[in-house]
Design a protein around this ligand. Structure first.
Ligand code: APR
Length: 173
């Protein structure tokens, strides 16, 4: 399994994979953090598609995903997901976070993409404890790869040192 999973300490907008995942929000409004970085590097077409999607479908439920153009990014598409806000761990946060990863992988596989990069969803503004989030993310991806044969490469992209060190401890690479 671990030969399909890799860890990078860096910027997700510079990853050369088929699709990158954005830690967005339910309204698909451009926010801060990785959301801002992706919109800044990808250009205005990404936000235009997000706005059009919300006009047609309404809010993106937490844990669900949608796909947009990648604009000027060096990838084919961007998958946007709304991670859970951390309210202490008794509001279904772990399942919702797991859904972000699994639904992103399912959508990428359905579209025939073979490589995908994730940020540490919900661990910034949304306050999800980094160690708990990393465990849930790795478990979700590992379990998905046990049953799927489309996705060949999953990259965890940790922008901050703390997340990187946590993932490094947890991943048997
Ligand atoms: N590449 C990869 N990861 C990044 C980058 C980047 N360029 N910039 C920030 N990150 C990391 C942060 O270090 C953090 O570990 O992304 C992780 C998620 O943090 P946030 O971007 O704050 O996302 P999240 O906690 O899921 O909160 C989402 O914040 O930006 C708004 O619109 C967004 O409302 C949404 C909320």
């Amino acid at each position: 399994m671990s030969d399909h999973i890799s860890l990078v300490h860096g910027d997700i907008t510079q990853q050369e994979v088929d699709v990158i995942v954005n830690a967005a929000n339910n309204h698909l409004h451009r926010g801060g953090g990785v959301d801002a970085a992706i919109h800044k590097a990808g250009g205005p077409d990404i936000l235009e598609e997000c706005k059009a999607w919300v006009r047609q479908h309404g809010e993106l439920p937490t844990g669900k995903v949608m796909m947009s153009t990648s604009g000027d990014l060096p990838v084919k598409k961007v998958i946007h997901t709304a991670g859970p806000i951390w309210y202490g761990g008794k509001s279904g946060e772990e399942l919702l976070l797991t859904n972000c990863y699994v639904n992103s992988l399912k959508l990428a596989a359905e579209q025939g993409f073979t490589s995908i990069a994730f940020p540490s969803i919900s661990t910034g503004v949304f306050g999800y404890p980094k160690d708990k989030a990393a465990k849930a993310a790795i478990a979700a991806v590992t379990h998905f790869l046990e049953q799927d044969t489309t996705i060949e490469k999953v990259v965890f992209v940790c922008f901050d040192e703390e997340n990187y060190n946590i993932y490094k401890q947890l991943l048997p690479l």
